[in-house]
Design a protein around this ligand. Structure first.
Ligand code: PLP
Length: 492
């Protein structure tokens, strides 16, 4: 099968400038080389490595040369704390333009009443959202009872009274082993310290989200925030149902669509599966399926907009103006019809990958996928996630290990490998190529066995890959990669 040009840079805006982009990179690397050659070398090597490996990490992608080039400018040099038109620094007129354009594209693309383009990353976007929800929700009636109008007018003593009075900083989010994210209230993240957290999980039989159990948990726990979204759940979510549950218990619905924002932008997830019209606050990263620069965004309903706007300097440092500019470019790309073809192909390819695994006898969490993620249970190969991840990497297949529900190997060694299709779809891979990827992965895993610990036990980390497997798979992967080059026409 040949690559569908509509999904690759062959059709993306700016692709006709491949030679111009090549010249720009050559010049940039020459300038960098004159100051610190090791950085120029590492930058060149990273492109070579990315070109030569099967990148199946579900949270990664390849941003377009237009997006990447946008980040390398003097916009980086400007401080611009505050909001559009209200900065703590003088001379921010161009940053105002950049942020206005980024927010405008985000509003238009996602149909959101309000968009905030400043968050430096997904975690930062979630922090902004948490603050905004707390600030908005405590305004009434608790503030009235204290005789103040706005949360910013509270004294230290008032804050203390308020925290004691509120008694509800409860957050209900998806459990980590069902696919939730650390920022959804878990200990290694500040959200686990700010909030009393409880989790909802998935049905032990089907692995699917159990909405009735979720509703029961919400009724009992009465969270201030019900958080939807995931990092490793391979299925779509009905956000209309989540909103109904939130409304019933008086919670704010926050959806973290960091992983699947590209499928929302590309209109693969619509209606009940589009979180933006249902959530009070939606957060996202811009660098995963959305295919932009590393960064975050917050989208909000009007009642949360004022508080979201205080993200900087409340929880964020000065905006990264060069990255906001690149977000604007990426969002403009995502508004092109070609992005919808890309997003649909990401989902179709995930199905092809899942089918490729299933027909070769592998076990998948939930039995398949209907988004961009496939979660393979590697215990059926007698391996831990750690062993499988390493054996695949030795063979040129880049993935990450991941917990599965009720994981017998815990969160470090894990029992799963998470696969994602956004990056290789950008290279032009289609269903046939993803079936071949499944075949190669199964070949690696069936040729890998755990090693002994040396004291008679079986190691969870050490493994032995049968001789010749890595070379064979590397060669087969190279064929697929050469037929679908990364950044075609770009030469350093
Ligand atoms: N939210 C979700 C659902 C994620 O999967 C991730 C990253 O993996 C994040 C937030 C954090 O994003 P970042 O690494 O940009 O802070």
């Amino acid at each position: 099968m040949t690559a569908d040009p509509a999904t690759t840079y062959a059709a993306a805006p700016g692709a006709e400038y491949a030679e111009t982009a090549s010249q720009a990179y050559r010049a940039a690397l020459q300038v960098i080389e004159s100051v610190e050659p090791r950085i120029a070398a590492a930058t060149r090597k990273e492109l070579a490595d990315q070109r030569d490996s099967l990148k199946l990490i579900a949270s990664e992608n390849y941003a377009s040369p237009a997006v990447l080039l946008t980040m390398g400018s003097w916009l980086s040099d400007k401080y611009a704390e505050g909001t559009i038109g209200h900065r703590f620094y003088a001379g921010c007129q161009n940053v105002d333009t950049v942020e206005t354009v980024a927010a405008e594209h985000a509003r238009e693309l996602f149909g959101a009443p309000y968009a905030y383009a400043q968050p430096h990353s997904g975690i930062d976007a979630n922090l902004v959202a948490f603050w905004a929800i707390l600030a908005t929700r405590v305004e009434a009636p608790e503030l009235a009872a204290l005789g103040v109008k706005h949360v910013n007018d509270l004294s230290e003593a008032d804050w203390e009274t308020l925290r004691n009075k509120l008694g509800n900083q409860r957050l209900l989010g998806m459990s980590l082993d069902a696919g939730g994210h650390l920022t959804h209230g878990f200990r290694p993240n500040i959200s686990g310290k700010m909030f009393h957290q409880r989790s909802y999980g998935t049905d032990p039989e089907t692995g699917l989200l159990d909405y009735d159990a979720l509703a029961d948990a919400a009724r009992e726990f009465k969270p201030l925030i019900l958080i939807g979204g995931y990092s490793a759940y391979p299925r779509r979510v009905n956000f209309a149902k989540l909103r109904e549950i939130a409304d019933e218990v008086g919670a704010t619905l926050m959806v973290d669509m960091a992983h699947f924002a590209g499928l929302v932008a590309g209109k693969v997830f619509t209606g009940d599966e589009d979180p933006v019209p249902h959530a009070h606050v939606t957060t996202t990263t811009t660098h995963k399926s959305l295919r932009g620069p590393r960064g975050g965004l917050v989208l909000a309903q009007p009642e949360y907009a004022d508080a979201v706007d205080k993200g900087c300097p409340m929880v964020l440092g000065g905006p990264l103006s060069h990255v906001m500019a690149a977000k604007a470019v990426a969002l403009a790309e995502a508004r092109q019809p070609a992005f919808q073809s890309y997003a649909q192909r990401v989902a179709d390819n995930a199905k092809a990958l899942a089918d490729g695994f299933l027909k070769r006898g592998a076990r998948l969490v939930t039995g398949g996928t209907d988004n961009h993620i496939v979660l393979l249970d590697v215990t059926s190969f007698g391996l831990t996630g750690r062993q499988a991840e390493s054996a695949l990497l030795d063979s040129g297949v880049v993935t990450n290990r991941n917990s599965i529900p009720a994981d017998p190997n815990g969160a470090w060694y894990t029992s799963g490998i998470r696969f994602g299709t956004p990056a290789l779809t950008t290279r032009g891979f289609g269903a046939e190529e993803f079936d071949r990827v499944a075949e190669l992965v199964v070949e690696v895993l069936t040729n890998t066995e755990p090693s002994s610990t040396g004291s008679g036990g079986i190691s969870k980390a050490k493994y032995k890959l049968a001789d010749g497997t890595a070379d064979r798979v590397h060669a087969a992967a190279a064929e697929l990669l050469n037929a679908n080059p990364l950044y075609p026409g770009l030469t350093l």
